[in-house]
Write a protein that binds this ligand. Structure first.
Ligand code: NAG
Ligand code: NAG
Ligand code: NAG
Length: 551
């Protein structure tokens, strides 16, 4: 009896140990999910990280009560927050007050770190707003007096490589033009873009809304909508290239929302080569089918194409499963995380089904056929109106989801989701801490906070390892990441650069000092705050902010 009891205890201890070991082992290969908050109060339809290490989240103002009640004004009606600022360090939210309707709007982080936010729905569709994060928890939204020239609902926003912080706002529901903010000359008219007419499918909800825009390092804009793409010289209002159509039926743009990134740009080719990748989307006829309650399997393919040079061909690959409404995030080590979304249907109110709970990791440098792996599954569905952003500590913040017209927590296929999660990619696991650069400092030479284009800056870190350097594949690399504005699977302005390192020397006690070179121009990296990461054999350090500026 006593022996048997001891035996049982031993067995229990052993199985706990095994379980503990296997969860740790799986964390180091599949990553890990944590719930940070049970409620953000508002649905994070839109998210953006600021250089004060806060994340702005906002929803639409038109859908009635949210999960965040504000104190009523004297004898006034009930009031609810539609926007919050999340403080990473304190794991806390505070309400910030937004005036006009931001439903399905767009944005960019400006060179001074402020967020410019454009368009939305109804009376919000021509509004321009700023959010200035100041790190002290006091700053708020400000609505600009000037307006956009056209309604920009489901439009895209991108920073331009100019000295004066200009953005382009392109497309919108039934709007086939682009415009600049601020305008280049007073009373500048919007520019008609026939490409947007040509890619519009009236019976399928457009299938070309939220056009994908990437800044090529020659200063032109790659614009993709539905299945087609062009290179736009916005300065001369000229289409300078038309690319081949991406193979396969179905579409990649809203409401067939796939997602896109530019693969890491590298100093090794002077940042000249730009390669675009697009993953997921919806089957042909997905919207009409979903409206009849029939959810078609989403697109399973990704396409990769070099958009610079003279030869353009889509290289197609298959993901481990079909996916729509997905987000794509470039991790500091250059791998791509594909997260959120669903396996069937398309974007829009309850037009998606069968949530994609398993993120995919894509390693672009591996041979074709061995680039994808599947990661740890979450239990929380992230359907229409969800979002994801990369954080300076290497985690990915995941929030939102609400395919319903109002907040609904029961009696609907996909309830409103207010829980805030962080996904930690496998390379964040403790198992790799002995290989992780620590105590990283990043400093400009003339001023600690900024560095001019093409200038050297200093990165110091501790690492208890020998470091191998060679011409092809350095063990330690330094990357710079532009924080995007995320909504509807779009990460506007996201880009990762692998920077040149002129010198890497070892000092005392495992301390290293590197002379790293800022990107050569704003065409390669528009001015502003970037996250610098030391990556040792694929293992990233924490990231630190530096500002690239014109001097
Ligand atoms: C969320 O709520 C659950 C159930 O009440 C609780 O166990 C959990 O600790 C909460 N999580 C957070 C992050 O507050
Ligand atoms: C940044 O620039 C914008 C546009 O000029 C301005 O509205 C905003 O207040 C500025 N932010 C800061 C922090 O200076
Ligand atoms: C790194 O920082 C920790 C504290 O943050 C300190 O204890 C340690 O000595 C530092 N290491 C080096 C090599 O500077």
């Amino acid at each position: 009896m006593g022996l048997n009891h001891h035996y049982k205890v031993l067995l229990l201890a052993l199985s706990i140990l095994l379980l503990w070991h296997s969860t740790n082992a799986s964390e180091a290969t599949k990553g890990r999910w944590d719930t940070l908050l049970n409620s953000t109060g508002v649905v994070a339809m839109h998210m953006a990280l600021t250089h004060h290490n806060t994340v702005v989240m906002f929803d639409q103002t038109g859908q009635g009560p949210t999960g965040y009640r504000l104190p009523a004004r004297r004898n006034g009606p009930r009031r609810y927050a539609h926007s919050v600022e999340y403080d990473l360090l304190r794991n806390r939210i505070r309400p910030i007050e937004i005036e006009s309707d931001t439903l399905c709007s767009s944005g960019s982080i400006l060179s001074n770190g402020s967020l410019i936010q454009t368009g939305g729905f109804g009376s919000g569709s021509r509004r321009i707003r700023f959010f200035r994060s100041c790190g002290n928890g006091r700053c708020d939204w400000r609505e600009e007096r000037s307006h956009l020239s056209e309604d920009r609902w489901f439009a895209s926003n991108l920073r331009l490589p100019e000295n004066d912080d200009r953005v382009i706002v392109l497309g919108g529901d039934n709007v086939f033009s682009y415009e600049f903010v601020p305008k280049r000359v007073p009373n500048e008219r919007p520019f008609n873009l026939p490409f947007l007419h040509n890619t519009y499918e009236r019976n399928e909800g457009g299938n070309n809304l939220y056009p994908i825009i990437h800044l090529a390092s020659d200063g032109n804009l790659f614009v993709f909508a539905n299945r087609d793409s062009i290179l736009l010289d916005y300065k001369r209002d000229k289409v300078v290239k038309t690319y081949p159509r991406i193979p396969g039926r179905g579409s990649r743009s809203y409401p067939s929302s796939g997602s896109s990134v530019i693969l890491p740009l590298s100093h090794k080719n002077n940042f000249d080569e730009v390669e675009v990748m697009i993953c997921g989307g919806a089957a042909y006829g997905a919207l009409a089918a979903a409206q009849r309650g029939n959810f078609l399997a989403a697109k399973r393919t990704c396409g990769r194409m070099v958009i610079t040079g003279h030869h353009h061909r889509w290289e197609m690959e298959s993901m481990p499963g079909p996916r729509v409404m997905n987000d794509m995030i470039v991790l500091p080590n250059g791998n791509i995380l594909i997260i959120n979304g669903a396996r069937h249907g398309c974007s829009g109110s309850n037009y998606g089904s069968n949530p994609s709970l398993v993120p995919y990791l894509y390693k672009p440098k591996r041979p074709t056929g061995s680039r994808f792996t599947t990661l740890a599954s979450t239990r929380i569905a992230r359907m229409y109106h969800s979002s994801a952003v990369l954080l300076p500590d290497g985690r990915v913040l995941v929030a939102g989801s609400n395919p319903n017209h109002q907040y609904a927590f029961g009696g609907v296929p996909h309830p409103t989701e207010l829980r805030l999660q962080a996904f930690s990619p496998a390379n964040m696991a403790r198992d790799f801490d002995h290989r992780r650069a620590r105590n990283v400092t990043v400093k400009g030479r003339r001023n600690e906070e900024w560095v001019g284009y093409g200038e050297e800056f200093d990165v110091e870190f501790s690492l208890n390892e020998k470091v191998r350097r060679n011409n092809n594949d350095d063990q330690v690399v330094f990357t710079a990441y532009a924080p995007p504005f995320n909504t509807h699977g779009m990460s506007m302005n996201q880009r990762l650069l692998v920077l040149r390192c002129n010198k890497l020397v070892r000092g005392d006690g495992g301390l290293w000092r590197a002379n790293v070179v800022a990107p050569p121009s704003s065409k390669v990296a528009p001015a502003g705050y970037y996250m610098i990461t030391v990556v040792n054999g694929g293992i990233p350090s924490r990231s630190h902010w530096i500002r690239f500026i014109h001097v």
